[in-house]
Design a protein around this ligand. Structure first.
Ligand code: CP
Length: 334
C-alpha cells in the first residue's frame, strides 16, 4: 500500500541545530550551547528578516492554548508566519473537544498528525510533558501552570544580552510574586547555569521564593542571593529589576490577593534611585506593578522583551523542525 507522508512533503537540508526533533518542556531540554545558539540565531533573524522569510515554507505550527495569553500565543504564531509557515490551533479550551472530555494525550496524538511543531499552554503543571510524550512532533511548552515558561526565559536572556552584552556578572533583582511566578523560577535556574549572578529577591513574606529555587542558587558556587522586603532599600544596587505581577489566578483566597497585589509599584520616584543603565524587565501583562510613566524611561526594557520573544520563538521553531536559516553559521560546535 502507498505510504502517506506524515509531515510536510519537502526535502530539508541537514539541520545545523542539535534541537531538531526535540521537544522543549523545560530549560533543561537545552544545553547552555543550545541556549547561546538560540540567542545568536534570534540576533541573526533580526538582522536578516528578508533572507529568513522562507525558512519554514510548508511547515505548520499548532498552538493549543488552554489558558489566556496575548504575547506568547501571538508571538509563536507570528514567528511561524514570518518564517513562511502556517498556523492552526485554538485559544480557549472551550472551543476544542476538551469540553467533551478529551485528554491532553489524545489531543496531541491527533494534532501531531496535522502539524510539524506544537506550542501548548495549560494551567496544570506537567501538562506540557504529557503532551510531548504523546506527540509525534516537537512540543514547545508555552507555560504549564506555576511550573515553567521556557520561551519567556529565552526572551528575558535575549533582552539582557542586548542591554548588557552578557548574561553573567550581573546583580539581578526579582520583585513581587516570587512564589507563583513561573518566569522568575525559570530565569533564576537558567542564570545559575551560566553563573556569576547575585540575586536580590524582593517579595512580601507570603510570596517568597520556593526552597527548591533557593537550593539551586546555593548549589551554584558563583551565584548568591539575599531576600528582602523593601524595594527602595536595594534598587540602587541592581543592574536588572525584574518586576512581576501577583498571580491572581493561582491564589485560593481573594482577600489575600487583594491585600498583596499592590505591595510593589515601580514609579518615577523609585526609578530615580536606580543606576542610570539599570534595565527594568517584566514578562507582562502588568496590572499596577509598573506605572505607565516608566514606559518612556530608557531603563524600561519590557517592550524589548516582547519583541525578543518573537525573535527567540522564530529561532526555536526553525531549530526544532530542522530548518536552517539561510546564511547562518553556528558560532559554537554542536
Ligand atoms: N509573558 C506572557 O506569558 O504573556 P502572555 O500571558 O500574554 O502570553
Amino acid at each position: 500500500s502507498a505510504e502517506i507522508p506524515s509531515e510536510s512533503p519537502r526535502v530539508t537540508p541537514r539541520s545545523t541545530s542539535s534541537l531538531e526533533g526535540h521537544s522543549i518542556v523545560t530549560l533543561d531540554d537545552m544545553s547552555t550551547t543550545d541556549i547561546q545558539d538560540i540567542l545568536d540565531r534570534a540576533g541573526y533573524i533580526d538582522a536578516h528578516r528578508a533572507e529568513v522569510s522562507h525558512t519554514c515554507d510548508g511547515r505548520v505550527l499548532a498552538t493549543l492554548f488552554y489558558e489566556p495569553s496575548t504575547r506568547t500565543r501571538l508571538s509563536f504564531e507570528t514567528a511561524m508566519l514570518r518564517l513562511g509557515g502556517k498556523v492552526i490551533g485554538f485559544a480557549g479550551a472551550q472551543l476544542a473537544s476538551v469540553t467533551k472530555g478529551e485528554s491532553i494525550s489524545d489531543t496531541l496524538k491527533t494534532v501531531s498528525n496535522y502539524a510539524d511543531v506544537v506550542a501548548i499552554r495549560h494551567p496544570k503543571e506537567g501538562a506540557a510533558l504529557v503532551a510531548a510524550e504523546a506527540s509525534r512532533v516537537p512540543v514547545i511548552n508555552a507555560g504549564d501552570g506555576g511550573h515553567m515558561h521556557p520561551t519567556q526565559t529565552l526572551a528575558d536572556l535575549a533582552t539582557l544580552r542586548s542591554r548588557f552584552g552578557r548574561i553573567t556578572d550581573l546583580t539581578v533583582g526579582l520583585c513581587g510574586d516570587l512564589t507563583f511566578g513561573r518566569t522568575v523560577h525559570s530565569l533564576i535556574e537558567t542564570l545559575c547555569r551560566f553563573g556569576d549572578v547575585h540575586f536580590v529577591l524582593i517579595s512580601p513574606e507570603e510570596l517568597t521564593t520556593p526552597q527548591y529555587v533557593l537550593d539551586r542558587i546555593d548549589a551554584t558556587p558563583s551565584c548568591s542571593y539575599t531576600e528582602v522586603r523593601d524595594l527602595t532599600a536595594v534598587i540602587g544596587d541592581l543592574d536588572v529589576l525584574y518586576m512581576t505581577r501577583v498571580q491572581k489566578e493561582r491564589f485560593f483566597n481573594e482577600d489575600d490577593y487583594l491585600r498583596l497585589r499592590d505591595t510593589y509599584i515601580l514609579d518615577e520616584a523609585k526609578l530615580a534611585m536606580s543606576k542610570p543603565d539599570m534595565a527594568v524587565l517584566h514578562p507582562l501583562p502588568r496590572v499596577n506593578e509598573i506605572a505607565v510613566e516608566v514606559d518612556s524611561d530608557p531603563r524600561a526594557a519590557y517592550f524589548d522583551q516582547v519583541r525578543n520573544g518573537m525573535l527567540v520563538r522564530m529561532a526555536l521553531e526553525s531549530m526544532v523542525v530542522g530548518d536552517d536559516l539561510a546564511g547562518y553559521e553556528p558560532a559554537r560546535p554542536l
